[in-house]
Design a protein around this ligand. Structure first.
Ligand code: F0G
Length: 352
């Protein structure tokens, strides 16, 4: 069996790299496409649903796909430092790849709105973490300007190499299924990933590697749904902090992907997100973060539109371990504490 050497090595011919590009990799990519039979059966017709579990990347999110490219190209260009704004996952990935590539990583995060695991990662990977009293949208404005004024390379998804790396998620889906799915359901925040997936499907289609192109179904949290309402949200709010974004940078590209694919944008409430989050974990054994569950919540919300016989892929963008606070606070499981260390006390607690 050929070893997996990371997505730049494996998809080199589709990526803007050369022999002179120093590849900074943690062997990201090659994440599993997992069938979800319980969820498939909830749709009530012959439908095959899979999840692309990108939470199994080295830093626990799809951002690693974009970051291996962005950091390798920054290193090739001689950068000494990178900067990004982040709701958490980008900062973790930027920190890990930048440090591995021998660069400094500055990350701006919205103070108090980054899940615990992501903050822990950025700190331990060795980023310089700057928490601002403002939201992600403001942080992105600041870092865009910083990268013009100071010698720091911007590694948000407005950096085109990020999308180049992230399009490999679509390649992997086709490589496993043998064709594109009928539907691709994906959470949307800054709108980079939906843009990247569409690029990937289109490139594979042009190369003759798939016959179909999927409908791109983008899902936003109801309190942060600018692409659904058509106007920017000044104060976005959602429990899914990863997609707590009111003015997505790749707005136009995401709209173009939706239109060209006959797709849709829809919103899901925090309660719908939490229902899908618990369902994935407790019925399928798959622990994703709340933002990721928006793809499944959204698919279930519009399930009547899914044609019988369809193949649907939901992208699970981040690992559930990123956000332990939400998991503990919103699980429906029995959790009794302070039980006496005795057989009878435990049996009583078990209801036996
Ligand atoms: N899911 C997760 C887990 C994310 O972290 C993000 C974005 C998205 C979905 C949305 O992807 O922005 O390409 O539409 N997180 C960014 C960050 C904003 O800073 O980590 P998108």
């Amino acid at each position: 069996r050929q070893p997996w050497l990371g997505l730049i090595e494996m998809y080199r011919q589709y990526l803007p790299v050369s022999d002179r590009t120093p590849v900074v990799t943690l062997h990201e990519g090659n994440t599993p496409l997992i069938p979800v039979p319980y969820i498939s059966q909830l749709i009530g017709k012959q439908v095959r649903v899979f999840v692309k579990y990108d939470g199994l990347n080295p830093t626990g999110s799809f951002k690693d796909r974009g970051m291996t490219m962005a950091i390798s190209k920054a290193k090739e260009a001689g950068a000494k430092a990178v900067i990004c704004a982040s709701t958490g996952n980008t900062s973790a990935a930027a920190a890990a790849y930048a440090r591995r590539g021998g660069m400094k990583a500055f990350v701006l995060i919205p103070d108090g709105y980054v899940a615990l695991g992501k903050l822990a990662q950025a700190l331990l990977y060795g980023a310089e973490v700057l928490a601002i009293q403002g939201n992600f949208d403001r942080a992105l404005e600041i870092v865009r300007e910083m990268s013009e004024k100071y010698p720091v390379t911007l590694v948000n998804s407005v950096n085109p190499y990020r999308l180049e790396g992230q399009k490999t998620g679509a390649f992997e889906v086709v490589d496993i299924l043998g064709d594109a799915p009928d539907w691709l359901c994906i959470p949307v925040g800054n709108a980079g990933n939906i843009t990247a997936y569409w690029m990937g499907f289109c490139e594979y289609h042009q190369a003759g590697l798939c016959d179909r192109l999927p409908r791109m179904m983008g899902f936003q949290a109801a309190g942060a749904a600018p692409l659904v309402t058509g106007h920017a949200v000044a104060n976005p709010e959602t429990i899914a902090t990863a997609i707590r974004i009111g003015n997505p940078a790749s707005w136009d590209k995401a709209v173009a992907a939706k239109s060209a694919s006959a797709g849709e944008f829809n919103s899901v409430t925090d309660d719908e997100i939490l229902d899908a989050y618990r369902l994935l974990a407790s019925e399928e054994g798959i622990f994703c973060e709340p933002a990721s569950a928006a793809s499944v919540a959204g698919m279930l919300k519009v399930k009547d539109q899914i044609p019988s016989g369809a193949t649907v892929v939901c992208v699970l963008t981040g690992n559930g371990l990123k956000d332990p606070d939400t998991a503990i606070k919103h699980s429906n499981s029995l959790f009794k504490q302070g039980i006496a260390p005795e057989i009878q006390a435990v049996a009583d607690a078990m209801g036996m």
